[in-house]
Design a protein around this ligand. Structure first.
Ligand code: FAD
Length: 155
């Protein structure tokens, strides 16, 4: 059975953000590819939002590991839903960087800033659609001037 699982969490004060994001995405893409897990990760305002799609057992096993990860905390499961097909089939883990469309979406919901813990259905579905439609981020490290500082390129 295919499922989609979405959760929100807060970044724990850990090493540095780019190293954490790079480590998470590099690891995710390798592991998820093997297990045929797909999805999206969005990070902004000290919060993570992630959707994982794939076979139920594989997704739940991964989620059990993610829940124990010390790089984040206050993890809130937003939805676990049965699927007929995966939406993020083109990405083992799409990464979408903070962007205006998401800011506007939360503003329209009268939520100040990116606060994924407040997402309720059907807003959650609309948010997932936005992440699906938004182009994958191509240049965080370049834009922020982190190019060539030793982080594995995760885009
Ligand atoms: P190990 O790599 O042996 O890790 C052992 C323990 O150390 C685990 O608890 C692990 O969480 C922790 N750990 C590993 N690396 C670090 C580090 N650099 N800093 C701090 N603690 C660390 N993994 C995926 O495979 N797919 C995903 O889609 C995915 N999404 C994630 C999203 C978020 C927001 C976060 C925070 C993590 C995500 N991870 C993902 C990573 C996942 O939580 C595990 O770290 C990973 O699956 C490896 O765990 P492990 O127990 O197999 O192995």
């Amino acid at each position: 059975m295919l499922i989609r699982l979405c959760y929100a969490s807060l970044r724990a004060d850990h090493q540095n953000l780019l190293k954490d994001l790079s480590d998470i995405l590099v690891k995710s893409r390798a592991y998820n590819q093997k297990l045929k897990i797909f999805g999206v990760l969005y990070y902004a305002n000290n919060a993570f939002f992630q959707c994982l799609e794939g076979e139920k057992t594989a997704v739940l096993n991964l989620f059990a590991k993610i829940k124990k990860d010390s790089r984040h905390q206050n993890l809130l499961l937003l939805e676990e839903k049965e699927l007929t097909h995966v939406s993020f089939h083109s990405w083992t883990m799409k990464y979408v960087q903070e962007n205006e469309q998401v800011d506007l979406f939360f503003k329209e919901k009268s939520i100040s800033g990116f606060k994924p813990h407040y997402l309720k259905i059907p807003d959650l579905y609309r948010f997932v659609e936005i992440l699906l439609e938004t182009q994958e981020s191509q240049g965080y490290n370049v834009k922020q001037g982190y190019k060539n500082r030793g982080y594995q390129n995760f885009f």
